[in-house]
Design a protein. Structure first.
Length: 386
């Protein structure tokens, strides 16, 4: 900046002297030189001020341009391309008292394995492929019974999935009371309620804590002309709170699954809360109406599952449950029961659990059931971004 000022001053002064000499042909006095030098210095200062303003403007424009560009971390956060491979093995060993017979047996608490891939289609749009299969440790460790196999399209206006999937009835109601290390949990929900549904079309949309889900089963010639099952649900989740309500209607068939005998309608609600103190409580209830074609066998039933869990220490958690099931029959056809269970878990690692469980089910017309079991659970999960 100093070098520019010196050259500029010298050039302007030289021009002044030459012009005065060549054109005015007058003698240049010292006072005139001083006066014109002051004028030139003011002009130079004004030019420098304009130059600095121009430099600041360019710097500001460059800074604003850099702000508008996405940071590497932002780009990574928006990357929806991922692949997840997972598996969980859950053997149990128990002493079981059932049908007046006691026995020791190794059983399985729903071991399974699968993968889930999601790839971006366009900005805000992606596709998901999910496959999951059961592993039955109680029968030679057999692998292959499908739990979930579907493809879904995710968009800003919701997700549409086609294939074998979880319905709203499980995702909104049963999942929040299904906290036990047992293949029949939730115990009241389990006997007649749905967990996985094949030939299912689903739609769900999430906004501001609310989730709306609609599902319908289309089973071709094996079903009716419309759909075999319709399941609607709405839930609200905020921090540790979950509240949900669902409606389910599905066709009912005879014991040979060869003829339609009516419909089953289920109205359900659930509430759950996870307290900061380490206490978790959940309640799920279903009112089920068995509507039969002849009208003579109409009946009402229900399921009630209450679950609670509390961290006794960093690695130990106590779980308690109460359940009550009714199929609406009032005679020896009834499979009505109620009961409770309690479980103590030791969790030395997030992916490894050990548990000790006592379960008691008291039937109204059948023999009671009780068991004491120990179990292990090893979870594996690996996810890649690409």
């Amino acid at each position: 900046m100093i070098r520019i000022r010196g050259f500029t001053c010298f050039f302007l002064l030289l021009s002044f002297v030459i012009s005065r000499t060549c054109y005015a042909q007058e003698a240049v006095t010292l006072e005139e030189l001083k006066l014109h030098l002051e004028i030139l210095q003011k002009k130079i200062a004004q030019l420098e001020k304009q130059q600095m303003a121009s430099i600041d403007s360019v710097a500001k424009a460059k800074k604003d341009s850099q702000k508008s560009k996405p940071k590497p971390t932002d780009k990574l956060a928006k990357n929806t391309n991922s692949l997840k491979v997972y598996g969980t093995i859950r053997p149990t060993f128990g002493y079981i008292d059932e049908n007046d017979t006691t026995q020791a047996d190794i059983r399985d608490a729903l071991s399974h394995a699968g993968f889930k891939a999601t790839s971006e289609v366009d900005e805000g749009w992606s596709a998901t492929l999910h496959g999951e299969w059961g592993i039955d440790l109680s029968n030679n460790g057999d692998f292959g019974k499908a739990r979930q196999v579907y493809v879904a399209l995710n968009s800003p206006v919701g997700t549409i999935g086609i294939g074998k999937q979880r319905p709203a009835q499980y995702l909104f109601i049963a999942e929040y009371v299904d906290i036990f290390d047992h293949g029949n949990s939730p115990f009241a929900y389990d006997p007649e309620s749905i967990f996985f549904v094949d030939n299912l079309v689903t739609y769900n949309y999430k906004n501001n804590g609310y989730t709306w889900m609609a599902a319908a089963q289309f089973n071709g010639e094996a079903g009716d002309n419309y759909s075999d099952l319709v399941n609607l649900g709405l839930s609200y989740d905020n921090k540790g709170l979950h509240v949900a309500a669902t409606y389910l209607t599905q066709g009912a068939n005879d014991s040979n699954n060869s003829a339609t005998i009516g419909d089953d309608e289920t109205y359900a609600a659930a509430i759950a809360y996870d307290f900061d103190s380490g206490l978790y409580v959940a309640l799920g209830y279903q009112d089920k109406e068995y509507q039969r074609i002849n009208g003579e066998m109409d009946r009402d039933g229900h399921t009630l599952d209450a679950s609670a869990a509390y961290w006794l220490a960093k690695e130990y958690r106590l779980k308690l449950g109460y359940f009550d099931f009714s199929d609406g029959f009032t005679n020896d056809q009834s499979r009505d029961f109620s009961g409770f269970n309690t479980t103590l878990e030791w969790i030395p690692k997030p992916w490894l659990r050990f548990h000790l469980e006592y379960l008691q089910r008291d039937f109204d017309y059948l023999d009671d059931f009780s068991s004491v079991s120990i179990g292990f659970r090893y979870d594996f999960s690996k996810q890649w971004q690409y």
